[in-house]
Design a binder for this molecule. Structure first.
Ligand code: 0X9
Ligand code: ZN
Length: 767
């Protein structure tokens, strides 16, 4: 079937790139590694999309293939890596071929140059990885350790065993404090296929958000206090290291099969219909299943590790590409007892992904894609009896780009959406009821604010409907919670009203419902002891721009076209977004039109009015960009610049590269730039090559400055702003009337002791 042709392994050994590489790595320089070019070259290789009309045409294309890249072998077009000569041959035979990657070697070099350039530009010292670039094995391992060291109370790292070449297979265990032994388990991994570089960021993002979200995100806290997470970011460590050092589009592990052939496909090596359809017994093939079930050390390590978990509820094996959520059966030989339950969870995962950034991942059975025997997720489903899923990340198979080397701007949105799928899967498989509450409901309150919250209570374990839905709330961080009426809105939605008290206090609450079997569930799970906390502050919105008017921005720059303007986005596919961010209608756009309306020939700059943030504050906004030609770098950029001297000097604060969706940014100005009364910001979009396409948008710009809570002046009973003896008369009337101002000692009651309290408040005076 499919052969992968390589330079001979001996060539690789002679040039010993991996030795040089490991020395560089030992010196701790990821930069050095990024600069290395992989040894195996792809000169004369292309990636093409073959639209075959018959089985014979498909067979012929596969015969000439170096490597099959596509998910969809068998139905519809197939992406295949082959030599330009073979492409010409197919064309000559009348087979329809469309070139996706003209020059694969050039792609490899471009990708590596971009990775290096970003590494150089990046101020290191913080996290070992970010979601704006691809990072090698060692950086991912460093990041795992950083997270664990940050919160040893929530996470630990251990090696679950070694790869064939003796590398550790690291697993990060994440769970809330306390005894986790009776918590159900979830297992997630990425990087089983060495060339699927967008997958480690997805598991990194999961670890990052679980560990760093525990204190502030009730959804995360609930999922950590009730679930024991096991995350293996780099399963095929040998393959990943090899793909960085030597052969960018390597897939398998690094088994020496003899006869010059290397690698077993770990995703065909599991003991579930092992050796069945869609797995190859040819060691040269990309889908070689190995000599026997679980022949590979990596497979064995995973099998014994997961078999040791006593209550594994679900598993995801994260791959790329094609945007899919797959579940068993993966071959016609398998029979799956819980088919409809698997399908329902996959559907919810796909919905959660779609909700995040608008990308659609098709939920389906593996065999509906193509048969593949011995896959990891089929084994967790059928061998372990849990719910196993294979997620295939971005890009979409039809995107017409190199699917294993998507632009780095795809990393963040991919990680964000897959993270949501992991969470939903965990909730559906572990929570008796699923509570959904938008985080905006527990943003800061104003003093005395009443806020109506809306939330959903959904069944997850299929144990009937929810009832007895309640909200428990209190003002401040101690004392009893009061039960609030939660009114049903239909469709499993409920509403309640939270009332804030005085400035500088908190509003604290948790949700509750009862399952059909009578179990009462709090959300978050320890809500009565660790509730959701919202601050009551005097913070003030001092600047707010929804794009409907111009509150003082100026437009400048030397771009010949595409200057900033306010408009309702046109939504033309190569230029502007479909809609503004905040729903008001208009936003700021770099020109808005159907024709070639992008930024051209220079920079367009949108400069703010002067802001006084002498006591600090938060700047937030939404941005959108389309860098269609993927040319973000030194000559094309979209960035936020900041001046703390009213606009004389500017510093680059953010360089953006995420494409195609509105993203939000929130910056604590004081801690990042220092408190200043002379703050200006500007958004600069530059495009210097006429062939490039860059479009940008800005919306919902807001500045919130911390207000100082007015100290309550209790002794000023008549509220005239001064503490005078007339307040004594006022206190007596308040006492006689039982009015709230009577309560001078803050005990919630009006009693004669409040007289003594008034006297001491009077003597203390008020500022
Ligand atoms: O073929 C695989 O191993 C997976 N795709 S990938 O391109 N990432 O290698 C998908 C396996 C899904 N299972 C079935 N199709 N049965
Ligand atoms: Zn894969």
């Amino acid at each position: 079937m499919v052969h992968i042709s390589k330079e001979e392994e001996s060539t690789v050994k002679r040039s010993t790139p991996s030795v040089a590489l490991s020395l560089i790595l030992a010196a701790g320089s990821a930069l050095g590694q990024a600069k290395e070019q992989p040894v195996v070259r792809y000169d004369g290789q292309q990636v093409v999309r073959v639209t075959h009309r018959t089985g014979d045409e498909l067979a012929r294309a596969l015969e000439l293939a170096e490597s099959v890249w596509s998910e969809r072998v068998g139905r519809g077009p197939v992406d295949i890596q082959m030599s330009a000569d073979s492409v010409a041959q197919l064309r000559a035979e009348g087979i329809q071929v469309e070139v996706i990657v003209e020059d694969l070697q050039a792609d490899v070099e471009r990708e590596r140059a971009e990775i290096s350039a970003k590494q150089v530009a990046r101020a290191r010292g913080g996290d070992a990885i970010d979601y704006d670039n691809y990072y090698p094995f060692d950086d991912h391992v460093t990041f795992m350790n950083q997270l664990v060291n940050e919160r040893a109370d929530l996470a630990s790292i251990s090696s679950i065993g070694q790869t064939l070449q003796g590398r550790e297979i690291w697993n990060v265990n994440i769970t809330g404090p306390g005894d986790a032994s009776s918590r159900p388990q979830i297992a997630i991994n990425s990087m089983i296929h060495a060339r699927e570089w967008i997958t480690p960021p997805a598991t990194a993002f999961l670890m990052d958000n679980l560990i760093r979200g525990y204190d502030s995100d009730p959804r995360v806290r609930n999922l950590m206090d009730t679930v024991d997470w096991y995350i293996t970011p780099i399963f095929n460590a040998d393959g990943y290291v090899y793909a960085w050092s030597t052969e960018r589009y390597w897939r398998k592990n690094r088994r020496n099969n003899g006869g010059g052939s290397f690698g077993v496909d770990l995703n065909r090596n599991f003991d579930v219909d092992w050796g069945g359809n869609g797995a190859s017994n040819d060691p040269n093939d990309e889908t070689y299943h190995g000599p026997s079930p679980a022949s590979e050390p990596e497979t064995q390590v995973m099998v014994s590790f997961l078999s040791g978990l006593d209550d594994l509820r679900a598993h995801v094996d994260t791959h790329s590409y094609s945007q899919l959520v797959l579940h068993a059966p993966g071959t016609f030989a398998q029979s799956v007892p819980n088919q409809s339950e698997l399908a329902a969870v996959a559907q919810s995962m796909s919905d959660a992904i779609l909700d995040t950034n608008g990308a659609f991942y098709t939920p389906q059975r593996g065999l509906d894609l193509y048969e593949a025997a011995g896959t990891f997720a089929d084994w967790t489903t059928l061998g372990l009896g849990t719910f196993g899923f294979t997620i295939e990340a971005r890009p979409d198979a039809g995107a017409g780009i190199n699917g294993f080397s998507p632009p780095a701007s795809q990393i963040l949105p991919t990680a964000q959406e897959i993270y949501k799928a992991y969470l939903v899967m965990a909730e559906l498989r572990t929570q008796p009821l699923r509570f959904v509450l938008d985080s905006s409901y527990y943003d800061n309150f104003e003093a005395d604010e009443s806020r109506q919250i809306v939330f959903s209570v959904l069944d997850s374990l299929n144990n009937g409907s929810d009832n007895n839905v309640k909200v428990f709330a209190r003002q401040g961080d101690s004392g009893a919670f009061t039960e609030l009426a939660a009114s049903p809105l239909g469709n499993d939605m409920y509403t309640a009203t939270l009332d804030a008290g005085a400035c500088d206090t908190t509003v604290e609450f948790y949700l509750q419902a009862m399952t059909s079997t009578g179990t009462i569930v709090d959300w978050p799970v320890n809500g009565a002891t660790v509730p959701i906390v919202a601050d009551v502050t005097a913070d003030m919105v001092t600047f707010s721009d929804d794009g409907e008017t111009n509150p003082g921005w100026t437009v400048s720059g030397n771009a010949s076209d595409g200057q900033w303007e306010r408009a309702v986005p046109f939504g033309y596919d190569r230029s502007d977004p479909d809609a503004d961010f905040d729903g008001s209608g208009q936003c700021w756009l770099t020109d808005n039109g159907t024709e070639n309306s992008d930024v051209d020939g220079g920079v367009t700059i949108l400069t703010s009015p002067l802001f006084d943030l002498s006591t600090g504050g938060t700047l937030s906004f939404a941005y959108w960009m389309n860098d269609e030609t993927n040319t973000i770098g030194s000559e094309d950029y979209f960035r936020l610049e900041v001046s703390t001297d009213g606009g004389s000097n500017w510093a680059v604060a953010r360089n953006y590269s995420a494409s195609g969706n509105w993203q939000t940014e929130s910056i604590d100005v004081g801690s990042e730039f220092g408190n200043t009364s002379q703050l200006r910001i500007r958004f600069a979009a530059a495009e210097n090559d006429p062939g490039d396409v860059l479009e940008c948008g800005i919306d919902a710009v807001e500045i919130i400055v911390p207000g100082v809570c007015e100290s309550e002046c209790l002794a000023d009973v008549n509220g005239d702003g001064a503490v005078t003896p007339t307040d004594f008369t006022a206190w007596v009337s308040a006492f006689n009337a039982g009015a709230p101002e009577c309560d001078q000692n803050n005990d919630g009651a009006c009693t004669p002791t409040d007289f003594t309290a008034w006297v001491s408040n009077f003597n203390a005076g008020c500022q």
